[in-house]
Design a binder for this molecule. Structure first.
Ligand SMILES: [Zn+2]
Ligand SMILES: [Zn+2]
Length: 369
């Protein structure tokens, strides 16, 4: 077993990260060592990369150096003595919410919102490396039919799946408005299509991502940044005047929330996933929620592991094609190019996947065609 490995490490409390040699992690009794095959860049990684006020507050200077990343697919190469589930040779991904197993949420089927939640790549070293140590409890065994560049993005795809299906899975034949055009919103369009939502509206800003939304199956594309279109009137016109049965907010902006609640029909479900930079207070509470009889559903993470079972079936069957959302693939050493793609505006990327091994990257590019 190698002693040293290359990793993308946040070494200093300022913007950027370094590609340096570090020790291969030592696993504890309940952890497994994973050889990383693919790892994708998430919005959270971009916050940490930029070292914005959120990451300064959440991670803090004291914990540096830290390896970035949390979305992963790889092979188990070593297991700790107390490991029960994962085996050497398993092809796994990892749930990034590491639960305590003892709090009220953990004991009542809501591990994903554990009171003592630890997050991979935020509270501990992450996946932008050749090897990763991860608790057995969050290992997820992949179907070999799923290529690593898809297996890696099951974490955000799981967010999208949980957001679309909600708690009641009451989706077939329901109209759905998805606000936002980032990767998770684009995944949500695909899942909504597969789950039978109809019609599907996508409210976005960027031409490049709107085109992906169209490929993923959106029926109507509405621009959030074009003042000449009355989006609420348009949506009502195309839902027999009712408004959308289900609204997913995946933007978190005051405009998205205000419009989202106006788009929602009486008795509909509003799913809140987008994170607001400041707590929005624009909401018309009486008309937006109370008199409307709205259900409001916050999404943090994925249902463990209900969402994972569903996502695995979606991908292994080929029934959900997420290839339009995977727009860029780079070698791990070229991570800076990946972050640049993620940060450029107007957007010209959705999901960016990194590969520690150049052969693995070649294989993925061949599959992409
Ligand atoms: Zn993520
Ligand atoms: Zn817990």
């Amino acid at each position: 077993m190698a002693e040293k490995m290359k990793a993308v490490v946040k070494t200093r409390p300022k913007g950027g990260a370094e590609f340096i040699e570090v020790n291969v992690p030592r696993i504890s009794q309940d952890q497994v060592l994973v050889k990383v095959r693919a790892t994708s860049i998430c919005g959270t990684d971009v916050h940490i990369y930029k070292w914005d006020p959120w990451s300064e507050g959440r991670i803090g200077r004291k914990k540096l150096p830290q390896i970035l990343g949390h979305e992963v697919a790889g092979e188990v190469v070593e297991v700790g003595s107390a490991v029960r589930r994962a085996k050497v040779g398993d092809y796994i991904s990892a749930e990034t919410h590491i639960p305590c197993k003892f709090c009220i949420q953990c004991l009542t089927g809501q591990e994903h919102i554990c009171a003592n939640l630890k997050i991979l790549g935020v509270d501990c070293d992450g996946t932008f490396a050749e090897y990763l140590a991860v608790p057995d409890s969050v290992c997820w065994v992949n179907d070999r039919a799923i290529p690593p560049e898809f297996a890696s993005v099951q974490e955000p795809l799981g967010n999208a799946t949980y957001a679309v299906l909600g708690e009641d899975y009451n989706v077939p034949g329901r109209s759905m408005a998805i606000i936002g055009d980032g990767p998770i919103a684009l995944f949500a369009v695909g899942v909504a299509r597969l789950a039978g939502a109809v019609p599907i509206f996508l409210v976005g800003k960027y031409e490049f991502n709107m085109e992906i939304a169209r490929k993923m199956g959106a029926d109507h594309l509405l621009y959030a940044n074009k003042p000449d279109v009355d989006r609420i009137a348009y949506l009502k016109d195309h839902t027999r005047g009712f408004g959308a049965d289900i609204v997913l907010d995946m933007a978190g902006s005051p405009q998205a929330l205000e419009e989202g609640f106006k788009m929602l029909r009486k008795g509909g479900r509003f799913t809140a996933f987008g994170i607001a930079a400041e707590s929005p207070t624009l909401l018309d509470y009486n008309n937006g929620i109370v008199f409307k009889g709205a259900q409001v559903h916050g999404i943090n993470g994925r249902k463990m592991f209900d969402t994972w079972f569903r996502v695995r079936n979606f991908l292994a069957s080929g029934r959900l094609d997420i290839s339009p959302v995977i727009t860029h693939m780079f070698a791990l050493k070229d991570f800076e190019k990946g972050f640049e793609q993620m940060m450029v505006r107007p957007r010209h990327s959705a999901k960016v996947v990194l590969f520690p091994d150049s052969e693995e990257l070649k294989g993925a590019k061949k599959r992409q065609g």
